[in-house]
Every structure is written in structure tokens, then in C-alpha cells.
Design a protein around this ligand. Structure first.
Ligand SMILES: CC(C)(COP(=O)(O)OP(=O)(O)OC[C@H]1O[C@@H](n2cnc3c(N)ncnc32)[C@H](O)[C@@H]1OP(=O)(O)O)[C@@H](O)C(=O)NCCC(=O)NCCS
Length: 168
């Protein structure tokens, strides 16, 4: 599908009504407004917006815990997916934190599209969190992007367990 002319910029409080509108369409258990406010208030966080022609297309929320970056939320308008929007935001995050930084995230094992996206950026599955998702009790797959995962290994991943992604 056609790629879009994108601007990646800092996500600001004024974006939140549009963020909530995308969030509610993109997730079965959307974040609430206060959750976004909390993340935007963290001075060390990286919160980015993807926009085109003044329209918000997606956002990404990253928090830093000690030396590890955690992608807490990434979402793209359902009408504009598969056009490189999430890839552009993740590329920008990696550029900002440094390619050798450790980045982790949780994802539903059934979210094959997101897993494929993360694997394209060098993330590997390295464990699960049991019954992480409250709506259906689904486990989360924990993925990491580190210097080791970029060469297909897990040796620098904290408490790593090789984790085959179950077929949906
Ligand atoms: C997951 C999500 C963020 C991807 O955003 P996106 O802008 O569509 O992703 P991109 O266009 O950058 O995709 C890059 C690559 O990732 C993979 N990918 C992304 N979505 C996919 C899908 N639905 N199915 C299979 N592969 C997919 C593909 O390899 C794709 O490249 P291609 O389109 O050239 O085949 C988007 O689908 C979304 O917002 N989903 C709902 C919210 C969500 O699940 N967020 C992740 C929570 S962990």
C-alpha cells in the first residue's frame, strides 16, 4: 500500500483527544486519558506522534526504567496501518535512545502483526508474563531488542528464556 509523507514529532498534551480516539479504535482495552497524562509528564520518557497534513496518524510511548527503555504503547489509526507509520516511529525511537540501547515491550501472542513488526527491528521473544492481559487472561510475550538480539542471541537479555511464539 502507498507510503505516506510523515512528520515524527514530540507528542504533546494537546494531542490527547486525537490519541484517545485512535486508542479506542485500536485496542480492546484502551488506555485511559490519565494513563497518557502520566506518561507525558515523565521528563525522561520519549513520546512521539506521527502526523501527516496536520492529522495525527499514530503515537508511541516509551519509558525509561534504569538503563532499559520500555515501549509502553504503539498505535496507528486502523485506517492507515501497513503504510510504514509504526516503523517510522520505532526508527525514530531507536535513533534517539541509540542503536545499542536495550529496549523491551510486551505483546499479545495473538498480535501477529505487531510481533512481525518488532521482529523486523531485531526484537526477539525472551519470556512470558502469565495472564498479563486482564480482558481475556492472555499471557504476554516479552520481547527485547539488544546488541545480542540483533545477532539472533539472548545472552545480554535479563532473565531471558527462549520463547517460541505460539501459533494463534
Ligand atoms: C501493530 C501496529 C502498530 C503496526 O503499525 P503499522 O503502521 O501498520 O506498521 P508498519 O506499516 O510500519 O508495518 C511494518 C511491517 O510490520 C509488519 N506488520 C505490521 N502490521 C502487520 C499485520 N497486521 N500483519 C502482518 N504483518 C504486519 C509487516 O512486516 C510490515 O511490513 P509490510 O507492510 O511491508 O509487510 C498497528 O497494527 C496497530 O496500531 N495495531 C493496533 C495496536 C497494537 O496492536 N499495537 C501494538 C501493541 S504491542
Amino acid at each position: 500500500m502507498k507510503q505516506i509523507d510523515l512528520e515524527i514529532r514530540r507528542l504533546v498534551f494537546a494531542d490527547l483527544p486525537n490519541v484517545i480516539a485512535i486508542e479506542r479504535r485500536a485496542f480492546p482495552t484502551p488506555w485511559s486519558l490519565p494513563m497518557f497524562v502520566l506518561e507525558l509528564s515523565k521528563p525522561e520518557g520519549i513520546c512521539l506522534a506521527a502526523q501527516s497534513d496536520g492529522q495525527l496518524l499514530g503515537y508511541i510511548i516509551c519509558s525509561r526504567f534504569d538503563q532499559v527503555w520500555h515501549i509502553m504503547n504503539v498505535s496507528v489509526d486502523p485506517d492507515l496501518q501497513r503504510r510504514g507509520v509504526a516503523s517510522a516511529m520505532i526508527t525514530e525511537v531507536i535513533g534517539r535512545v541509540g542503536s545499542d540501547a536495550q529496549i523491551t515491550l510486551e505483546v499479545r501472542p495473538t498480535n501477529v502483526g505487531a510481533i512481525a513488526l518488532y521482529e523486523r527491528f531485531g526484537f526477539l521473544a525472551a519470556g512470558t508474563r502469565q495472564r498479563y492481559y486482564q480482558d481475556n487472561g492472555e499471557d504476554a510475550v516479552i520481547m527485547w531488542r539488544t546488541e545480542a538480539t540483533l545477532r539472533g542471541a539472548l545472552d545480554d537479555v535479563p532473565a531471558a528464556l527462549p520463547t517460541p511464539i505460539p501459533a494463534p
